[in-house]
Write a protein that binds this ligand. Structure first.
Ligand code: NZQ
Ligand code: ZN
Length: 388
């Protein structure tokens, strides 16, 4: 049942090859002090850094820079960002990069004026911000997380070996995001593929729950079909602008709260993947790919009808003369073949996980309800072992 809900997504998007032209207009809405945040240097290589700093200069902004935001941003780095934002009295945070940079900018934005320790407040106690939040704008260079239009901010605490996401509300979502598919074309193929699987899994996480005939499920199927189609083109020719555009747009809609409407969700592939990530620091999308099939094959009997629908609607499996179990398994086999086409990592051992880590990873996996089966710790260990 769709039930009762309100829907409001405050992020303004500018999409396409000309989208950076709107940055100057957006700057008019914010104060003079801008904190420019980026990652390990890909934007310097691509020339985007020069373009953006020229627009900042042209707009008369005082710019402070914070670079070196790593994939899977750490708590230590968050403390550094809070300090720099405070010292510079930042009035707008401009995140230029992938999901890590956008997530990180949001985490800084809710922490600058917060007296509490952000890890304890947001990632252990899951409290909402009660301080002034610095507005965030994004220029996205990697498609995958949906961070450009959602409130998610995932932070890794290496000391406690926990990788945790807080999904903040409307007030923390980026005020604007610039999505130019061209920027994603300099991504290494490994990252492109990881992003594509991240998108697929975001949709699956919201699709595999309930047995309703829900509008969200139909939207999800369309998004998955578009993604599979575009990914096959981009995999052969990463410079195909149309395919990269469709991937980027699908990523945004896969995780901007729309397809979660009327659904309960447990996000268990992400809970498993994040726990693997906390131990291995592996690329997010690859951690998901490596645990997905053992997880889905495990829960399939509990949500069989939906897995049958997934097989026939998304993967065009012909159901004639087959049992529900056979149809459902053929759907997962089709997904597995597609994952192999994309050369995704299919084993957590290939991401650095060892047998000795399994217990710790299981302890770090948050067990959620809302899906087809609330997993026990033993079942988590079993899925992790099958993912080795
Ligand atoms: O740091 P730079 O030099 O920019 O290099 C990055 C990084 O090494 C590189 N890259 C990005 N754009 C590029 C590029 N290289 C060349 N050309 C470009 N155009 O790619 C590498 C990975 O970037 P990263 O931002 O880490 O990837 P992604 O976008 O997948 O973000 C991953 C983070 O987002 C979190 C993940 O847990 C992880 O920490 N997530 C956030 C979510 C959300 N906000 O809702 C949900 C997701 O499920 C996810 O958990
Ligand atoms: Zn994800």
């Amino acid at each position: 049942m769709l039930g009762n809900f309100s829907y409001h997504n405050p992020t303004k998007l500018y999409f396409g090859e000309d989208s950076l032209n709107y940055l100057k207009d957006e700057f008019k809405n914010y104060g003079e002090n801008v904190l420019l945040i980026y990652g390990g240097g890909s934007i310097k290589k691509s020339g985007l850094y020069d373009e953006i700093t020229a627009i900042l200069k042209d707009s008369g902004k005082n710019v402070a820079e914070l670079s070196g935001v790593m994939p899977n941003p750490t708590l230590e780095k968050l403390y550094e960002g809070i300090k720099i934002a405070r010292e510079n009295n930042s009035e707008l945070i401009l995140a230029v990069g992938g999901g890590s940079v956008c997530d990180y900018a949001k985490a800084v934005s809710v922490s600058v004026n917060c007296d509490d320790d952000p890890w304890q407040k947001y990632y252990i106690r899951f409290e909402e911000p009660d301080c002034k939040i610095i507005p965030v704008g994004c220029v996205l260079t990697m498609a995958g997380t949906g961070s450009e239009m959602n409130g998610g901010a995932v932070i890794t605490n290496h000391e406690t070996k926990l990788k945790i996401g807080h999904v903040f509300g409307d007030e923390v979502m980026p005020k604007f995001s610039i999505l130019n598919p061209k920027y994603t074309m300099t991504l290494p193929k490994y990252q492109m593929a990881a992003g594509i699987y991240d998108i697929m899994n975001h949709i699956c996480e919201q699709y595999f729950s309930g047995e309703d005939d829900n509008t969200s499920d139909y939207i999800s199927e369309a998004l998955m079909k578009s993604l599979i189609h575009a990914s096959r083109i981009a995999n052969k020719n990463p410079q195909d602008y149309e395919a990269r555009s469709n991937i980027m747009w699908t990523a945004t809609w896969a995780l901007n709260t729309l397809v979660a409407k009327g659904k309960t969700t447990d996000w268990m592939v992400h809970m498993l993947g994040q726990a693997v990530g906390a131990y291995t620091d592996a690329t997010h999308g690859m951690t998901l790919a490596a645990v997905s099939l053992p997880y889905y094959r495990f829960i399939m009997p509990y949500g069989l009808k939906k897995f049958v629908r997934f097989a026939t609607e998304v993967w065009n499996v012909n159901p004639d003369g087959k049992t529900d179990e056979q149809i459902a398994e053929e759907g997962l086999a089709a997904m597995e073949n597609w994952m192999k086409e994309l050369e995704l990592v299919m084993k957590i051992s290939e991401l650095g996980a060892t047998d000795e880590m399994i217990d710790g990873i299981a302890d770090g996996t948050l067990i959620m309800d809302g899906g087809y089966k609330v997993l026990t710790r033993d079942e988590i260990v079993q899925i992790l072992k099958e993912s080795m």
